[in-house]
Design a protein around this ligand. Structure first.
Ligand code: GLN
Length: 542
C-alpha cells in the first residue's frame, strides 16, 4: 500500500481538490489501482447537516453517504466511485472513539488524542485498502489550523513507520506583487515551517501561481524548503479545471510521485480523454442562456455538480452555456415575463424548505406555456407536479407537506401516504432526522418516451437525496392530460421521472443526475436538455 497525502498552505481555496483529483486521474490513466479520500477537520460527522452556504454542495455517493464536494471532483476526474469510507471528518473519528470508550473497549486506559484519535485516523485511512493500492488523501483546511493537528500527527506517524511508502505533497500559493513585479516565495517557506512544527517535511511542493515561475524562484523554494528542485512543481492558473491534469503532467507531478514511491504502473500515461475534452472546449463558441431558478444563488459551490454537469453537456454540444441565476423570490406572474423571456432553457434544481417556492412554480408555468426546455431536479420535479395540478388540472389547495398545510398533498413523506386517501394530512411529528432517501436506486423507464430516447435503456440507476416523494396515488389523475411518469421504481410506488408530452422538452426527475456526469462521459439528460435549449435558441434567433 502506498499513501499520498495532500495538504494546503498559505490560503484556502487553492484548488487542493482539483490537484488531488488530477494526480489521481494521471495515475489512473497508467492503470494504477486507487482510492481517493478526503480528511476533513470539522466536527460534523458528515457534511449532510451543513448549510450549502457554508460548506458548498453535499455530494452523495452510490452507497448513500453524504460527503464533501471534493469527492465529486474525484469521481468526475477518475470515474472511480467513492464510498462512505472515503469521506472522513474529525466528527466521524471522534464519535467512533467516544463510542468505543463508552463500550469499554479501551480497557481502562485514558483516552487521548495521541494515540487513540490518531490511531482511529490511521485505521480509517487504511480501511479496506488492498495491497497494491495507492491511497491519495486530501487533508481539508489549511496547515496551521488547530483542528488539523491530529491529521498531521497521523501523517507523521505513517511517514515514520513506512517512509518509503508515504509521500506528502504540499500545495501553496506564490502571490504576485504588482508593485515590484515579483512572485513571492516567503509564504511558502512559512507554510513549510508550519508543517515542520508538526514534524513533517513535504516531499513535493506544488506552487499555484498566476505568473510563470522562474528557475531562480524554483531553486529558492527548493533551497529554503528542503526539497529537490524537480520536486517543486508549478501549477498555473488555467481557464478550465479540466486542463489541470495535462498541466500537472507537463510539470511532471505524476512522474516524480511514481519515482519517489516506486509505484508500479501497468500502462503508459494516456492523456487522450483530457486532450479530447480540451479540443471540444476550444471549439465551443456559440452562446446560450440557461436560467436556474434557486435560493442559494450567491454561492456557486452550493451547486457544484450541477454547474459541472451543465458545463460538460455544453462542451459536448459545442456551445458555451451562460448560466444565469434568478432569485426565485423575485419572480411572480408579472415579473416572470420580463425575467424569463430570454431563457433558452429553464432549470429548477434541488432544494429544501418553503422559501421562494411561489416564484419557482411561476417559472415552471412560464416554461410550460412558452415551450421553453425545462429540467426539474428533485424539488424541481415535485414543484412541476404541483404546478401541473394547480394550473392545468385546476385542483384547488394542492401542495407538498414540506411547505405548508394543503388539502391535498401531492408530494409528501412516505410515512404520510400510508393513509388510504390522497388527502394525506401533514404529520407535524414526522421525524426529519435520518429519514432521507439517499444513494443509488434503480428506475425503470417506459418505451416511447423522452426519458427512453435519452437513456436508450429501460433500467437506470441514479442517486437520490430527498425526504419527500410524489404521492403515487396521483399518477392516474395527472396522466390524463399529457403528463407522463416515464420512470418509476420496480414496485411502482416511487415516481422517478415525469415528462410533459405536450411540450417539446419538459422533463423532471426525482434524483440528481448531475452527480454522475463526467467531462468525458456527460450525463445524457443534460446533453439532451442543452441540445434542445440550443434548438430553442436557434428558433428564437430566426
Ligand atoms: N426538499 C425536497 C425533499 O426533501 C427536495 C430535496 C432535494 O431537492 N434534494 O424531498
Amino acid at each position: 500500500m502506498k499513501l499520498i497525502f495532500v495538504t494546503g498552505g498559505v490560503v484556502s481555496s487553492l484548488g487542493k481538490g482539483i490537484v488531488t483529483a488530477s494526480l489521481a486521474a494521471l495515475l489512473r490513466s497508467r492503470g494504477v489501482n486507487l482510492k481517493i479520500r478526503k480528511l476533513d477537520p470539522y466536527l460534523n460527522v458528515d457534511p449532510g447537516t451543513m448549510s450549502p452556504y457554508q460548506h458548498g454542495e453535499v455530494f452523495v455517493t452510490d452507497d448513500g453517504s453524504e460527503t464533501d464536494l471534493d469527492l465529486g471532483h474525484y469521481e468526475r476526474f477518475t470515474d472511480i466511485n467513492c464510498s462512505k469510507n472515503d469521506s472522513i471528518s474529525s466528527g466521524k473519528i471522534y464519535s467512533s472513539v467516544i463510542d468505543k470508550e463508552r463500550k469499554g473497549l479501551y480497557l481502562g486506559s485514558t483516552v487521548q488524542v495521541i494515540p487513540h484519535i490518531t490511531d482511529e485516523i490511521k485505521s480509517s485511512v487504511k480501511l479496506n485498502v488492498k495491497d497494491n493500492e495507492v491511497v491519495i488523501c486530501e487533508i481539508g483546511g489549511t496547515v496551521g489550523d488547530i483542528e488539523s493537528l491530529p491529521f498531521l500527527e497521523a501523517i507523521r506517524q505513517f511517514k515514520n513507520e513506512k517512509p518509503e511508502d508515504t509521500l506528502l505533497i504540499h500545495l501553496t500559493l506564490l502571490p504576485y506583487l504588482e508593485s515590484s513585479g515579483e512572485l513571492k516565495t516567503k509564504p511558502t517557506q512559512h507554510s513549510v515551517k508550519e508543517l515542520l512544527n508538526s514534524g513533517i517535511q513535504p516531499d513535493v511542493i506544488v506552487c499555484r501561481s498566476s505568473k510563470k515561475i522562474s528557475d531562480n524562484e524554483l531553486a529558492k523554494i527548493s533551497l529554503f524548503c528542503n526539497v529537490s528542485k524537480q520536486s517543486v512543481i508549478p501549477s498555473y492558473d488555467v481557464p478550465s479545471i479540466y486542463k489541470v491534469p495535462s498541466l500537472l503532467s507537463k510539470s511532471k507531478l505524476d512522474e516524480i510521485v511514481i519515482k519517489k514511491l516506486k509505484i508500479k504502473t501497468p500502462k503508459k500515461l494516456d492523456l487522450k480523454i483530457w486532450k479530447n475534452f480540451e479540443l471540444l472546449e476550444s471549439i465551443a463558441k456559440e452562446e446560450l442562456q440557461i436560467l436556474i431558478i434557486g435560493k442559494y444563488i450567491d454561492l456557486k459551490d452550493s451547486y457544484k455538480s450541477l454547474y459541472e454537469a451543465i458545463y460538460h453537456a455544453g462542451v459536448h454540444n459545442k456551445v458555451v452555456v451562460k448560466i444565469n441565476w434568478i432569485d426565485s423570490e423575485t419572480i411572480n406572474s408579472k415579473t416572470a415575463k420580463i425575467l424569463l423571456k430570454n431563457a433558452n432553457g429553464i432549470l429548477i434544481p434541488g432544494g429544501f424548505g418553503g422559501r421562494g417556492i411561489k416564484g419557482k412554480i411561476e417559472a415552471i408555468k412560464f416554461a410550460r406555456e412558452n415551450n421553453i426546455p425545462f429540467l426539474g431536479i428533485c424539488l424541481g420535479m415535485q414543484l412541476a407536479i404541483i404546478e401541473y395540478c394547480r394550473n392545468v388540472l385546476k385542483m384547488k389547495n394542492v401542495g407538498s407537506s414540506e411547505f405548508g398545510k394543503f388539502k391535498t398533498n401531492v408530494v409528501s413523506l412516505m410515512t404520510e401516504w400510508k393513509n388510504k386517501k390522497l388527502l394525506v394530512k401533514r404529520n407535524e411529528k414526522a421525524d426529519l432526522g435520518g429519514s432521507m432517501r439517499l444513494g443509488s436506486y434503480p428506475c425503470f423507464i417506459s418505451k416511447n418516451t423522452l426519458a427512453y430516447k435519452i437513456y436508450k435503456t429501460n433500467k437506470i440507476n441514479e442517486r437520490h437525496r430527498h425526504r419527500y416523494e410524489v404521492n403515487p396515488k396521483i399518477k392516474s389523475t395527472i396522466e390524463k392530460k399529457g403528463m407522463k411518469f416515464s420512470g418509476i421504481s420496480k414496485d411502482k410506488n416511487l415516481l422517478e421521472i415525469v415528462e410533459n408530452t405536450n411540450h417539446p422538452w419538459f422533463l423532471a426527475v426525482q434524483f440528481h443526475p448531475e452527480l454522475k456526469s463526467k467531462p468525458f462521459k456527460p450525463h445524457p439528460i443534460f446533453l439532451s436538455f442543452i441540445k434542445s435549449s440550443h434548438n430553442k435558441s436557434n428558433e428564437q434567433k430566426n
